[in-house]
Design a protein around this ligand. Structure first.
Ligand SMILES: Cc1cc2nc3c(=O)[nH]c(=O)nc-3n(C[C@H](O)[C@H](O)[C@H](O)COP(=O)(O)OP(=O)(O)OC[C@H]3O[C@@H](n4cnc5c(N)ncnc54)[C@H](O)[C@@H]3O)c2cc1C
Ligand code: SF4
Length: 476
């Protein structure tokens, strides 16, 4: 088994230090597990590493267009099918053939039927419904600072660091000191690793989540609390994306929890939907839409990311939601789905940040970020830059949504109901400015008809546009 640690990967792009730690730790733990069966080559580039090998090699299809092209260009390397997915690319192509839109809900139901997860013998969904989204959109409990204040919810599973993690820290310190390699993220390199990096750790994390936290996952899936970043989320994206867990095992384990009475159906269905629906769907959208999908930009968004955003300078930001979420990325390289979509993505969409630059930023700053998963999530889902292939309307909202789904607004200098003036919420004002800028492009979308009618009735639109133009690229 050949394992390659390439310094050039980290030299070329400024990744989050916590992400670099996880990748090196996973590689070195795997090398230690395999012992003499593995050779770990630490080299500048993959090409340098391969030059040291004179035996024929096989590689599983990698997870990005660029890496696939690279391995296919190498002499003497046999490329095997990808691993760790429920459907093959051909099976997805068969499903997509002849469809005008690749709707996630249709895909999800089809996969559930195919693999028989939460499905009765006659092919109908267990419990009579495919979708429990309506039960899974609760705001956070009132007056709770943390979810565990109101419902029984143990801490997430945390790993115990070992000598390999200590060696990784030394390596990263040395790279920063002597090799000119720079990272983003909190300079506090000593805070502990949060995510599983071995199969044994990943299995323990899954078991802990399913038996102790899954029962709280569903209703508060979309809720945000300033003092509770993890809420009832699984923290399994890192081990899943490192290939340490098979997604089908993960959803079958969750299904078992439902059958054993450990968790209610809406919670289990909500979780199965994330893994079997969204994750699998996003993977196939990445390959199905081709390498040019990443550069789609149907809303013509070309603004550069301002330094405060790019450098995760949370302290420069007054808006409590954005400051708090940026601080989460700075400190952990992770925030859950809704802060990614409805705070960071929403902000970038409203401000017209360039989707390619934004995808690169998300990829580098998030511990679970890879090309296959960031491109559809950022370009398609969050920035609507694909013209609506993934989402029927842009995911944007004013402060009212953030106010309903979080406790951020209560302690903020702005007011989500105010759109002009000193207390104007930058998300509320940004929402209308976004609609105004894109009105021509969105008029044909019937789901945008009502918001656009609202825009036409806005009496203070000229003052609002002036205010937002004056804000420019400054932190809100
Ligand atoms: C703008 C944006 C960028 C994102 N970037 C990534 C990324 O780089 N890597 C990544 O794994 N997820 C990404 N996601 C999806 C999702 O936010 C994370 O998977 C999730 O927050 C990880 O935390 P968790 O493991 O606790 O997830 P949970 O909330 O516990 O969900 C369970 C699992 O479902 C899967 N999942 C759910 N939604 C998605 C999705 N849209 N795409 C892929 N997997 C999904 C993940 O594997 C996750 O571990 C992104 C979402 C948005 C809106
Ligand atoms: S008032 Fe606006 S800026 Fe402040 S926390 Fe609420 S949504 Fe965010």
């Amino acid at each position: 088994m050949l394992l390659v640690e390439s310094r050039a990967v980290f030299r070329r792009r400024r990744f989050h230090r916590r992400k670099a730690h996880l990748l090196l730790s996973a590689l070195r733990h795997r090398a230690a597990e395999l012992g003499e069966r593995a050779r770990l080559v630490q080299a500048e580039t993959y090409r340098d590493a391969l030059a040291e090998i004179d035996e024929p090699l096989q590689v599983c299809t990698p997870t990005s267009w660029a890496a696939e092209e690279f391995v296919r260009s190498m002499d003497g390397v046999q490329v095997l099918p990808e691993r760790g997915w429920v459907l093959t690319r051909d099976e997805f192509a068969g499903w997509a053939a002849g469809r005008r839109r690749l709707l996630q809900e249709d895909f999800y139901r089809d996969v559930r039927r195919r693999v028989g997860v939460l499905v009765e013998p006659d092919g109908s969904p267990v419990g009579g419904r495919w979708n429990y989204d309506a039960d899974n959109r609760e705001p956070p409990p009132r007056r709770a600072r943390r979810l565990a204040d109101t419902i029984p919810l143990p801490e997430p599973w945390w790993p115990v660091e070992d000598d390999i993690d200590a060696e990784v820290r030394d390596t990263l310190d040395r790279w920063e000191r002597d090799e000119g390699i720079a990272f983003v993220g909190s300079p506090d390199a000593q805070s502990p690793r949060r995510f599983a990096v071995t199969h044994a750790e990943a299995t323990a994390a899954l078991e802990h989540f399913v038996s102790q936290r899954l029962g709280a996952f569903g209703p508060y899936e979309d809720a945000m609390l300033a003092d509770d970043a993890w809420m009832a989320h699984s923290l399994l994206s890192v081990p899943l994306n490192l290939g340490l867990l098979d997604p089908l095992d993960v959803v079958r384990r969750a299904e078992q929890a439902y059958r054993d009475g450990q968790a209610d159906l809406p919670c289990v269905e909500g979780f199965v939907r994330q893994v079997l629906g969204w994750r699998e769907y996003v993977w196939h959208v990445y390959w199905h839409t081709g390498p040019d999908y990443r550069t789609r930009n149907t809303l013509h968004a070309h603004e550069a990311l301002p330094d405060w955003f790019a450098d995760l300078d949370a302290d420069a930001v007054t808006a409590r939601c954005l400051s708090s979420v940026l601080a989460g990325v700075r400190d952990e390289g992770w925030v859950h789905h809704i802060p990614r979509l409805m705070v960071l993505g929403n902000w970038a969409l409203q401000r017209g940040y360039d989707p390619v630059a934004l995808t690169d930023w998300f990829h580098r700053c998030f511990v679970d970020g890879y090309d296959w998963v960031m491109v559809p999530n950022v370009v398609g889902m969050s920035q609507h830059a694909d013209g609506g292939l993934m989402a029927t309307k842009p995911y944007t909202s004013g402060g009212a949504y953030i106010n309903r789904m979080s406790d951020y607004c209560a302690g903020c200098a702005y007011d989500p109901k105010v759109r002009v003036g000193e207390r104007a919420c930058p998300f509320t004002a940004g929402y209308w400015a976004f609609l105004h800028r894109n009105a021509g492009r969105l008029r044909g979308n019937h789901r945008m008809a009502q918001p656009l009618r609202g825009l036409d009735r806005l009496v203070d639109l000229p003052q609002l546009l002036e205010q937002e133009a004056a804000r420019g690229a400054d932190p809100p």
